[in-house]
Design a protein around this ligand. Structure first.
Ligand code: NAD
Length: 504
């Protein structure tokens, strides 16, 4: 039976432990921190703060598990079998994974459920990918030479994840990394550590060899200790561009492999011929889904001048009707921000928008309803006639704040869309396929959606251009991100000539 919202909040306060080398452990010095429910403002769980010794132990366990070869050299079919078993366990436990995530970050239950119900499919897809991972035979311009490549696991992966979709973004790393035979140490966000620890119980149940999957918890300093660890061969990071740049510098200092999924300021572009209601839905979903706390949020809506006034009016009506409420409750349409720091940041950017002269069309405040007073809610906020040079159009806000920017024609739309340091995603709304194709070619972003928005899936690569990241997650590309290519040359001819006497 599905637990009711009230029951989930009435649960006993619980202390969790980290998962290192197949053991459940407290921090070496016994320290920890509380997790706060952003809807009630109450502490609901306690989690260890890993010390340097804990990070060392986790990396050592992952290293040993990798070097022993039980995992790295296992037949692909064995890795696939365990990934499928993990998928099966998730299929029966997705509700609990969703419950803790909602308590962690205040995202709507139905949005979170949509994600946790989909996690098993990532396991199944990458189980298949493990079985299909192979190199190539390669023709070369020498006779009697047989050449081929193999794809080998990289080693110990450090996965550092953010708070907005803690498990989904972990799976984007975990599944391809394990499928390719790597071992992993995960450092979830300090805002959302519990879901990863609850998930670790399923990894244990599935029977993965000890040390293959480890979790250390704590804040950015724990992430930094992990990223700096010389025993880590690759860092897979999702988070802000500012921290991503620090991670990239650290990786560069020892040439560790690195992939980065970072921030965005994605343009969602509506042409005058677009299907009006479809585009309205797409703009709203793009910015108010997950309370705007998604890297791919369509935070700049570029609207053709011919429909700008009518479109803005309708968007405002719809935004005002969005029902804020308990994220565990099925009737709620928008949840809270994830934590106090993020709430303050969003409020700061709204103030900046006002100072820079943007026109506040709706929202901008904490809601006044009594029931919402304890929660970290911000009203759905829309600024009109925003100039693309304004700070709210340039910086990632990561909250429910939409900038409406009018444009004149295709060239104008492309110039505005690309005038950003980010390049994660873009939306184009038009019924003119030729226009759509021109936009797809010219927009500098890792994903372009046409007449839809905010879609991702295990088989489609996802990642950023420019300062939105490095590398791709999901799809065929993802498993390659977790392998090294080895090139093999075999001479099956008469053999090497004497290099000093070529005629001999
Ligand atoms: P963040 O950069 O503050 O933190 C991300 C993770 O890095 C956390 O686990 C944090 O503890 C850790 N960390 C912090 N400082 C560190 C350091 N110096 N070294 C190593 N690790 C460190 O990001 P956040 O606030 O948790 O998440 C929001 C950001 O994530 C937004 O910018 C968003 O766009 C981005 N994001 C990107 C994607 C994507 O796929 N491109 C997806 C989701 C979120």
């Amino acid at each position: 039976m599905v637990e009711q919202a009230a029951d989930i909040r009435q649960r006993d306060f619980r202390s969790y432990r980290m998962h290192i080398d197949g053991q459940w452990v407290d921090a070496a010095d016994g320290q920890g921190f509380d997790c706060i429910d952003p809807y009630s403002g109450l502490a609901w769980a306690r989690v260890p703060t890993a010390t340097i010794a804990d990070v060392d132990a986790a990396v050592a366990a992952a290293r040993l598990a990798f070097e022993q070869g039980d995992w790295a050299n296992a037949l692909p079919a064995k890795r696939a079998r365990l990934l499928r078993k993990l998928g099966d366990l998730i299929e029966s436990e997705f509700q609990e994974l969703a419950n803790v995530q909602v308590l962690e970050n205040g995202k709507l239950m139905r949005e979170v459920l949509g994600q946790t119900q989909g996690l098993a499919a990532f396991c199944y897809y990458f189980a298949g990918a493990a079985e299909h991972l192979h190199g190539d035979t390669v023709p070369v311009s020498l006779p009697d030479m047989f050449n081929y490549t193999t794809r080998e696991p990289i080693g110990v992966i450090a996965a550092v994840t953010p708070w907005n979709s803690p498990l989904a973004l972990l799976f984007w790393k975990l599944c391809p990394a394990l499928a390719a035979g790597n071992t992993i140490v995960v450092k979830p966000s300090e805002v959302t550590p519990v879901s990863t620890l609850v998930f670790a119980e399923l990894v244990e149940k599935a029977g993965f060899p000890k040390g293959v999957f480890n979790v250390v918890t704590g804040d950015g300093s724990v992430g930094a200790a992990l990223v700096k660890h010389p025993g880590v061969d690759k860092i897979a990071f999702t988070g802000s561009t500012a921290v991503g740049i620090e991670v990239a510098k650290e990786a560069a200092s020892r040439l560790a492999r690195v992939s980065l999924e970072l921030g965005g300021k994605s343009p969602n572009i509506v042409f005058a011929d677009a299907e009006f209601d479809n585009a309205i839905n797409g703009i709203l979903a793009g910015i108010f889904g997950a309370t705007g706390q998604t890297c791919l949020a369509g935070s700049r809506a570029l609207i053709h001048v011919d429909i700008y006034e009518q479109f803005a009016k309708r968007l405002v009506e719809r935004a005002r009707a969005i029902k804020l409420g308990d994220p565990l409750h099925p009737d709620s349409e928008m949840g809270t921000l994830s934590c106090r720091m993020q709430y303050d940041k969003v409020m700061h950017w709204i103030q900046v928008g006002l100072e820079d002269g943007a026109e506040l069309l709706t929202g901008g405040r904490h809601p006044t309803a009594d029931a919402l007073q304890k929660g970290l809610f911000v009203e759905p906020t829309i600024f009109g006639n925003v100039g693309n040079s304004m700070r709210i159009a340039r910086e990632e806000i990561f909250g429910p704040v939409l900038c409406l920017i009018p444009f004149k024609d295709e060239a104008d739309a492309i110039a505005i869309a690309n005038d950003t340091r980010f390049g994660l995603a873009a939306g184009v709304w038009t019924n003119d396929i030729k226009c759509a194709n021109r936009m797809i070619k010219k927009i500098r972003a890792g994903t372009v959606w046409v007449n839809t928005y905010r879609r991702t899936g295990y088989s489609m690569p996802f990642g950023g251009m420019k300062q939105s990241g490095l590398g791709r997650e999901n799809g065929r590309e993802a498993i390659h991100e977790y392998t090294e290519v080895k090139s093999v040359w075999i001479d099956s001819g008469p053999g090497m000539r004497d290099p000093f006497n070529p005629r001999a």
